[in-house]
Design a protein around this ligand. Structure first.
Ligand code: GRF
Length: 185
């Protein structure tokens, strides 16, 4: 069975969706790691028998020292793939050169990189919205795109309805893409 580690920072809806969709029959989620001790996504992991680790970035003096420790922690689980699902950190080459990872981003990259992607694409002139799964490299939201999904903006679209459509697509595309990548390994 192929093993994955998932990194997250907040709600963890994608984290739990991946676990519910793929674990344990399509892959084994060997650990969920967060940089936030109070991340909501930590709730419910014990009940699902998923190991979790908290590695707070606030205890480190630089991005590099944090990433070095994170790489060590990830490697101790020996995963086939690392999945960033709402992991809100800019990563240094210490991470990107040592870890094979994919990231979920709520826009049609290369448009709307960064932390405000949903609002930026909603407010843009674009007639479609969408999401991307891409390999992680040293450029923020800049690695090779693996899969995308999109939808037409409706005439009476609100930020709330737009966000819901993004989330729905995320819950389908991310587990599907993980399964496809692992199948090819
Ligand atoms: C998702 O919208 C993802 O695209 C972005 O962060 C969000 C994480 O949400 N990178 P959640 O923590 O999975 O609920």
């Amino acid at each position: 069975m192929k093993k994955i580690v998932i990194l997250f920072s907040g709600e963890g809806k994608n984290l739990h969706n991946i676990i519910d969709t793929l674990h344990p029959h399509q892959c084994e989620v060997v650990c969920a790691i967060t940089n936030k001790a109070r991340a909501k996504g930590l709730e419910g992991l014990d009940a699902k028998h998923i190991k979790s680790e908290i590695l707070e970035h606030t205890n480190f003096s630089s991005r590099e020292t944090y990433d070095a420790e994170l790489v060590k922690l990830i490697q101790s689980y020996n995963p086939d793939l690392v999945v960033l699902a709402g992991f809100m950190r800019i990563l240094t080459p210490i991470f990107t050169t040592n870890i094979k990872a994919i990231n979920l981003h709520p826009s049609l990259l290369p448009k709307h990189k960064g932390a405000n992607a949903i609002e930026d694409s909603f407010l843009s002139e674009d007639s479609i919205g969408g999401i991307s799964v891409h390999f992680v490299n040293e450029e923020l939201d800049g690695g090779q795109i693996i899969a995308q999904a999109s939808f037409e903006k409706s005439e009476n679209e609100t930020l709330q309805s737009f966000t819901c459509k993004i989330k729905e697509l995320e819950y389908q595309l991310l587990p599907q893409t993980i399964a496809e990548i692992l199948y090819k390994l």
